[in-house]
Design a protein. Structure first.
Length: 267
């Protein structure tokens, strides 16, 4: 296969997010990747040409400016078109965040996207992997680019999935994760009653505003516990909880263990 590859030797299954391989695939009519039960998630952007992705028993045609995101644990089967083989930029990823982020960002179950506007982000991946920065720094930069891509995909999906009012409520909550937003405060965002806001949010996002905030906060807490040296108290404060004991009890209830126990399990 004709590819430029950058692999990473610091692979650690306990990390919540890690880039295991990044690269560029150049036109090759014989290009074909098959993983029966993939140990990695992959996200790929088609720069040019076309190809096919077989997923859930269906064959999907992919072409210029499309993105596909295939999860760990699934069967991966994708290949280039023999007459017009694709050029693509990709990341292979591992870690629990690969599974949690699609859920948190509202793109769970969706695997094919219009990549409009995201070409510069993927081209930055190409630029980074060809640079001579240290591997640990490169890993961190690529993780940041991946998070940016997921966030941008979430926005594009939300714009078509949710009504204008529901999207405004979701965006308001996403920008206010340093505190707990009451239903009363949320109702002022769209100038509706509290009951209307509750029912609208539950109908379109599947959970109550409170449950949505709590899920987002716990995922952020997990990431900070696994990947930073911040104390439990600092993390609690960052997420709007002034009482560390309340936060610890809440974390245990939602995640099945105390914060420090979770941190030790990830290292």
């Amino acid at each position: 296969m004709n590819e430029y590859l950058r692999s990473f030797s610091c692979f650690d299954r306990k990390m919540s997010l890690e880039i295991t391989l990044a690269g560029v695939t150049y036109p090759d009519p014989a290009y074909h990747i098959t993983r029966a039960d993939s140990e990695v998630s992959v996200i790929e952007y088609i720069l040019d040409g076309e190809g096919y992705v077989v997923y859930d028993g269906k064959t999907h045609h992919v072409c210029k400016d499309m993105i596909y995101f295939l999860p760990r644990g699934a069967r991966h089967n994708y290949y280039s078109d023999s007459d017009n083989p694709f050029t693509k930029i990709f990341l292979n990823l591992s870690g629990s965040l690969c599974e949690h982020l699609p859920l948190v960002y509202g793109i769970s179950g969706k695997h094919f996207f219009d990549g409009d506007g995201l070409k510069p982000a993927f081209e930055k991946i190409d630029s980074v992997i060809r640079s001579d920065i240290p591997e640990s720094e490169m890993q961190a930069v690529l993780q940041g680019i991946f998070l940016e891509i997921i966030s941008r995909l979430s926005l594009s999906v939300a714009e078509t999935r949710y009504s204008d009012e529901a999207l405004r409520l979701k965006n308001y909550l996403d920008s206010s994760l340093d505190r707990l937003v009451s239903t009363k405060e949320l109702s002022r965002v769209i100038f509706r009653s509290q009951d209307y806001c509750q029912k609208l949010f539950k109908r379109e996002l599947g959970v109550t505003p409170y449950a949505y905030q709590l899920e987002r906060k716990m995922q952020i807490a997990k990431s900070l516990l696994a990947d930073t040296q911040m104390s439990v108290g600092e993390i609690a404060q960052k997420l709007g909880y002034n009482d560390i004991h309340y936060f610890s009890n809440l974390f245990q209830k939602k995640c099945g263990c105390r914060p420090l126990t979770y941190r030790k399990s990830r290292r």
